[in-house]
Ligand binder design. Structure first.
Ligand SMILES: [Zn+2]
Length: 155
């Protein structure tokens, strides 16, 4: 079979959208404005999830008990991003991580920063699996996840 040739047009599509946050995430962001990190506890399995969910994805129980968790936690996994890609919001280089906050049973995805990120080998000396990090708050709160500016390693 002969290889088909296709004529193409290169274009860029922009898809503006709005996402309804719902009550649980809205409340989570309102708490962040007060510099509180809140999760929800499942009454059946007792897990505390941060970010909170309206129902437990394991038990399918409605989660209605708010619990304040620590502003420090442990790095469960992390990745160093130094290549730009389409739609990227954060300027490279940066470190994205899963952080299990004290008193929480799930990982919160956020940034680890507060030090020189330009050399990955130096970053690897600072960011460690199981290493402790703490929240650094943005001065101006907007009611979104970046009210926590980033997490920084605890010395
Ligand atoms: Zn549960």
């Amino acid at each position: 079979m002969a290889k088909e040739e296709y004529r193409i047009i290169e274009a860029e599509a922009v898809v503006p959208y709005e996402l309804a946050l719902g009550g649980t995430v809205s409340n989570f962001f309102d708490y962040l404005k007060e510099e509180k990190i809140m999760g929800k506890r499942c009454r059946k399995c007792s897990r505390v999830l941060v970010p909170p969910r309206s129902f437990c994805p394991r038990c399918f129980e409605e989660m209605d008990e708010w619990v304040e968790v620590g502003q420090e936690g442990v790095v469960e996994t992390w990745v160093y991003i130094n290549m730009p890609f389409y739609g990227q919001v954060i300027k490279v280089p940066y470190v994205s991580a899963q952080i299990r906050l004290d008193g929480s049973d799930s990982g919160l995805t956020h940034l680890i920063a507060g030090f020189d990120l330009t050399n990955v080998n130096k970053v690897r000396e600072i960011v460690k699996l199981g290493g402790r990090v703490k929240a650094v708050w943005s001065k101006e709160k907007k009611g979104n996840i970046l009210d926590i500016a980033y997490f920084e390693p605890v010395k």
